[in-house]
Design a protein around this ligand. Sequence first.
Ligand SMILES: C=C1C[C@]23C[C@H]1CC[C@H]2[C@@]12CCC[C@@](C)(C(=O)O1)[C@H]2[C@@H]3C(=O)O
Ligand SMILES: O=C(O)CCC(=O)C(=O)O
Ligand SMILES: [Fe+2]
Length: 358
Amino acid sequence: MSLKPLKAENHKDLSSMKELPDSYAWSSVDDDCLLSCSSEPVPVINLEDPNVMKHVGHACKTWGVFHVTNHGIPMAVLDDMEASVRKLFYLPIQQKLKAARAPDGVSGYGAVRISSFFHKHMWSEGFTIIGSPYEHAKKLWPQDYKNFCVVVDEYNKEMKKLTNRLMWLVLGSLGITEGDVKWARQTRDTKEACPALQLNSYPACPDPDRAMGLAAHTDSSLLTILHQNNTSGLQVQREGMGWVTVPPIKGALVVHVGDLLHILSNGLYSSVLHRAIVNRAQHRLSIAYIYGPPSNVRISPLSKLTSIVRPPLYQPVTWSEYLAIKAKYFNKTLSIVRLSAPVNGFVDLKDHKSVIVG
Ligand SMILES: C=C1C[C@]23C[C@H]1CC[C@H]2[C@@]12CCC[C@@](C)(C(=O)O1)[C@H]2[C@@H]3C(=O)O
Ligand SMILES: O=C(O)CCC(=O)C(=O)O
Ligand SMILES: [Fe+2]
C-alpha cells in the first residue's frame, strides 16, 4: 500500500525557498475546513481540579485530545527545550545531515517516517530521539554537545512523571485500578518503556494553502504529550466537524490518545486523527513525547472493559510489533489488528519486523 516516495529533493533547505515547488504542492489542503470548520475548542483541563479524572475521561471519550494546565512542569524546562530544538533546526543543513536517520532506521534527522506513503513532500523537517540524545548531539555539535543532552534529559524526565500521572487518570476514568494493569506499576522486572521524542520544524511557507506540514495520522502511542511554540498549526479531526485547530495556550500541553490506548480501552477512547498545517509568516516548532508501554508487554483490551456483549475488539500486540505493522500499513494498522466478528483469526505478528526493540 506504500506509495512511491519522491527521492530527488529529499533534503531541500525549506527556509530558503521563495516558491512552493510542485513536489510540495498538495491539492486541497483546506477542503474539509471550508465545509465544516468548527469553532468549538478542544477541552482545557486543569490538573489541579478536584474532578480532574472525570474531565479526562470525558475528553478522551469525546475528543481524544485535550490541553492540560497546572501540569507541574516548570516553564523553564519547556522554554529551554524549545530553545534547544530551535538551535538544532537552525543548524546548516549539511550539519543536520550528519545525524541523518538511516533509510531503515527510526531515530535521527529527516522527513517524518510516514512520508513514504505520500506522493508529495511535507513542508517540515523532523528529528526523532529514542533514549539518550548523546550519539546525535555528538554529531551535531562535536565540541558543545553537553547542553543539548542536559536539556533533553531533563525534558524526558519531566515528561515521564507527567505521563505516568496522566496514565493513572486515564485508567482511573475507565474504572481501572493498579491491580488490573500490573505493567503500569513500573516494577523492576519489566523492561521500561522507551518513549520517542519527535521534534518537528515547520518553516514559514511561501504558499501555505497548498502545502502540508505533517499529513493526517494517529500516533501509535498510549499517550502523546505535545508542546507547540507560540504558533498555530495543529489540527485534529472531530467527527461531524472536520478539522479543528488546536491553538497553542502558553504553558499548557496538548495530550493525544494514541492507537495503543484505543486498543487497551477496547475502543472506548479513540485515537485522534491529527495533522499540522503551515503558515506564511512564522516558523513553527513542536515537540511530541510519544509514550508507549514497556517493550515486553502485550497490549490488549483490558478484561474489565470486555464482556459478552462487548467482546475484545483487538488482538494482543507489543508496541514494537504495532510500529512494524504501522511502518507497512500506516493508517490501516488499527483495523489490521482488529478482531472482526466472526473472529477472523490472528494476524501473524511475527511476519512484521520489529522496529524499536526485539
Ligand atoms: C515510536 C515511534 C512512533 C512514530 C514512529 C516511531 C518514531 C517516530 C514516531 C512518529 C512521529 C511523527 C508521526 C508518526 C506517525 C511518524 O511518522 O513518526 C509517529 C510514529 C507513530 O506514532 O506511529
Ligand atoms: O506539529 C504538530 O503539532 C503535530 C506533531 C505530531 O503530530 C507528531 O509529531 O506526531
Ligand atoms: Fe502525531
